[in-house]
Design a binder for this molecule. Structure first.
Ligand code: ASP
Ligand code: MG
Length: 810
């Protein structure tokens, strides 16, 4: 024989109740006839509790009461006349005295289950079945602990058998869950969500073959799927794992449900009423599940941590005993406890609602110790949550823990229960709870590592990068297990946000979006709101104001990848301040493309420097744009300077206003960025750089400059003419380290170099860096290649992103 148990949501009006009737009658037809256990329908228990509260406060409750009855009888000809009178009398009584005892409360809320059983029996009878509503108070005998009474097992077993022995085989019993009676006949209840427990007891007493628990979810999940979208349904699980889970997820399984079933080896199915008949439906709880061990996450909210601190507690025995006795005296139940080996204090987790009571009682108990200075502090920290990891060995905890810390969650307390492999973390607040569950779930079940990008700037580099990321998304997920999601795209006026990741068509979506207020704050706030993990700010603007926000982003959990040079050429104090902030918040900042576009320069330079290699000189063509202009100029004497400058702007190799490149300032900046990598505290003013643009042309408008371009051209032609036949012009950056004076000479200037020298041989838009070091002597390390262009720069930024994202994996 089977026990079918139906939860409140399954029994609600409409589809639910129709399915319930279908399930019961299907089972009855297949035989043997099942025993049905029901919860109160819909939210009836909550509604009854709310009615009691209203009555107790002397407020008008009749309207709510009539809604309650409407709900109970909807689309049925069932009449509950007696019950209506009784309930009205009870509530009127409460409103007269302004009080409701726990005993009376149990009496009233038991109506939820009683009406439910009668309703279901009535429905079945209407369809020609022989069904009978049974009040479980007729056989569940309990103590008088109203609200969560304990069942007297053996007495109840005997009574139960008596009742069911008398029943005709053809009759379908519809039994109330949750409710019982004390020995002297008063109504009691078994604790919220107690119907599962009632059904399990019944299964045990009557030696059922199986219990099917019909709910509104598909089974037991590896985590609450409304919080962790990746949570997976578990097909099978052992009694002990189920019972460990029920400690946390009391919503699905009442804590006591498993024991009576385990005792008699009765398998339990958790099923979805609304998915009745589907193959995917359900989780089976048995002695021998297919998978040996289960891993799952659960959490409890509204917890508080009571801190108890004192001096010289080491060796003073009896303090803990007094603390726990105090908790007992005010009926506060303790969950996690932590005490350091030095016994400077003890920290105890309790329900938030008990926290004040507990602190007050401790103050009372220890007032003498407080006045003598032995106890120094007793206080409660509220708004905490417990996140429980079930089935994870401590030896595997390093990955989830590192992932937590990376996401700036440092648990207040860690606690493991040895035999059950359950690890509990205490975290602060809802945001941390949600984030912790998602981060740990990702690590435990190896879902692709989610990396959340906020991309600011979508010009030539930014736009190319966004397209590259969208294009590579599937492959990265498949091959590298990295789910690279762009959650924000912004320019100075518009902001597009999507936690699920922005894809094709982003240009149009961005166009339609508008934004007012502080962009950085809006992005940070969004990341916080959805508890996004592994966030990276990607800056492809050339904006100083965005660069100024890096510290703000870093202190809010973002790593930074940037092709924007502005922050690296900021005054040295700002430069170091950002690095301190990054260090403090353990954030990374990568900017390989700041010099030499996508060439692997900065990373290599950093490594050499860190490895203790003394770098004596860096010399070369630091600007791909200038390289292109001067290489072309020397290759083809017939082409005019103007023609070459115009062509390179058209090809996106230089800025639209040629003065920006030709001024040499960009090379000076790169000199500064590189020398700072060597820990030299320089500023832009320390670089002496030559600006080939005549002074009088520098401040002109674009148009005026175009008109007087010839003056610049003449100057360059003069330079060209001054070259001997085996010389060419190059704009050269140079960092020379003077070991004796511990000083670097920094220059950027137009120079004549030999055609056959490495710099003289460079062609196209290549950059070229010669790195001279102590061990390499006069043979420099040369890094050369495409040093300008949107696509190569975007690839370089992408490389930085991937290096960060891969780091997140360990
Ligand atoms: N109706 C009760 C409650 O809502 C018992 C149950 O549903 O299991 O707590
Ligand atoms: Mg319920």
């Amino acid at each position: 024989m089977k026990i079918l148990k139906f939860g409140g949501k399954s029994l609600d009006n409409g589809l639910g109740i129709a399915k319930v009737v279908e399930i019961i009658t299907d089972n009855h037809k297949k035989g043997p006839s099942p025993i049905v256990v029901v919860s109160a329908r819909g939210n009836s228990t909550d509604t009854l509790i709310a009615l009691i509260e209203k009555a107790r406060r002397g407020e008008e409750f009749k309207e709510d009461l009539s809604l309650f009855w409407q709900h109970q009888t909807e689309s049925s000809d069932i009449k509950f006349e007696n019950e209506q009178t009784q309930l009205l009398n009870l509530l009127t009584g409460i409103s007269l005295v302004g009080e409701c005892s726990p005993k009376l409360k149990d009496e009233i809320i038991s109506y939820g289950e009683i009406l439910s059983a009668r309703f279901v029996a009535h429905r079945l009878e209407q369809q020609g079945y022989n069904a009978i509503a049974i009040d479980s108070g007729d056989f569940f005998l309990t103590d008088a602990q109203f609200g969560s009474a304990s069942v007297h097992i053996e007495a109840s077993r005997a009574k139960c058998r008596e009742v069911f022995d008398r029943l005709s085989r053809s009759c379908i019993p519809i039994v109330t869950g949750f409710i019982a009676r004390s020995k002297d006949g008063h109504r009691t209840t078994l604790g919220r969500n107690g119907s599962n427990y009632s059904a399990a007891l019944l299964a045990n007493f009557l030696d059922a073959d199986m219990m099917e628990n019909y709910t509104h979810i598909d089974g037991i999940y590896t985590a609450n799927p409304t919080v962790v979208p990746e949570a997976r349904k578990m097909d099978e699980l052992s009694y002990s794992d189920a019972s460990e889970l029920s400690q946390f997820g009391a919503e699905i399984l009442h804590i006591k449900t498993i024991e009576p079933l385990q005792e008699k080896n009765i398998p339990l199915w958790i099923l979805n009423t609304f998915g009745y008949g589907s193959k995917q439906n359900g989780t089976l709880v048995t002695t021998s599940p297919k998978a040996k061990s289960v891993r799952a996450l659960a959490s409890l909210t509204q917890k508080a941590l009571i801190h108890f601190e004192g001096r010289n507690m080491l060796g003073r025995s009896g303090i803990d005993a007094r603390i726990f006795a105090t908790f007992k005296s005010v009926d506060v139940s303790v969950s996690l406890v932590s005490q350091g080996s030095t016994e400077r204090g003890i920290a105890i987790v309790v329900d938030e609602s008990d926290a004040d009571k507990a602190v007050e009682a401790l103050h009372q108990e220890f007032r003498q110790d407080i006045s003598e200075g032995k106890t120094t502090k007793i206080y409660a920290e509220k708004g905490l949550a417990i996140v429980a990891i079930i089935g994870l060995n401590l030896s595997e905890f390093d990955r989830p823990y590192r992932a937590l810390v990376r996401n700036r969650i440092v648990p207040l307390l860690l606690n493991n229960s040895v035999p059950d492999n359950t690890l509990c973390l205490l975290v602060r607040g809802e945001e941390e709870r949600v984030k912790a569950l998602n981060v740990i779930h990702g690590e435990m079940f190896e879902r692709p590592k989610r990396v959340h990008l906020a991309v600011i700037g979508h010009g030539t580099v930014g736009g190319a990068l966004i397209d590259q990321i969208i294009h590579q998304h599937a492959q990265l997920k498949e091959q590298k297990n990295i789910d690279l999601r762009i959650f924000a795209i912004a320019n100075s006026r518009q902001l597009l946000l999507s936690r699920k990741g922005i894809g094709e068509g982003w240009q149009e979506q961005l166009q339609q979006s508008t934004h007012e207020g502080n962009m950085a704050e809006a992005i940070v706030e969004y990341g916080r709101k959805f508890a996004l993990e592994n966030m990276i700010l990607v800056d492809n603007t050339s904006s100083e104001s965005i660069a100024a926000e890096y510290s703000y982003f870093a202190s809010n959990g973002f790593d930074i990848v940037s092709s924007n040079k502005k922050s690296n050429v900021a005054p040295y104090s700002e430069y170091t301040h950002l690095r301190e902030t990054l260090k403090k918040h353990r954030r990374s900042y990568r900017y390989e493309t700041n010099v030499g576009a996508g060439l692997p320069l900065i990373d290599n330079l950093k490594l050499l420097h860190l490895a203790g290699e003394r770098i004596t000189r860096i010399h070369g063509l630091f600007s791909g744009s200038l390289s292109y202009i001067f290489n072309t100029l020397s290759e083809d004497p017939s082409r005019s300077f103007r023609d070459i400058v115009e062509e390179s702007a058209r090809r996106g190799l230089t800025e639209p206003d040629p003065r920006e490149d030709l001024s040499g300032e960009d090379v000076a900046r790169k000199v500064l960025i590189l020398v700072r990598e060597l820990d030299v505290p320089a500023d832009l003013s320390d670089v002496s750089w030559e600006n080939p643009v005549p002074e009088e042309l520098r401040t002109l408008s674009r148009e005026e400059f175009e008109a007087r371009f010839g003056e610049l051209e003449n100057k360059i032609e003069e330079y060209r003419a001054s070259c001997s036949p085996d010389e060419v012009l190059r704009y050269v950056g140079d960092i020379v380290w003077d070991e004796t004076n511990q000083k670097a000479t920094l220059t950027a200037a137009l120079r004549r170099v030999s055609k056959n020298s490495p710099l003289g041989r460079v062609s196209g838009a290549d950059s070229c860096f010669e790195i001279y070091t102590e061990s390499y002597g006069s043979h420099p390390i040369v890094i050369q290649g495409a040093g300008a262009g949107a696509v190569v720069t975007a690839r370089g930024v992408f490389g930085d992103l991937l290096r960060l994202a891969e780091g997140y994996e360990n």
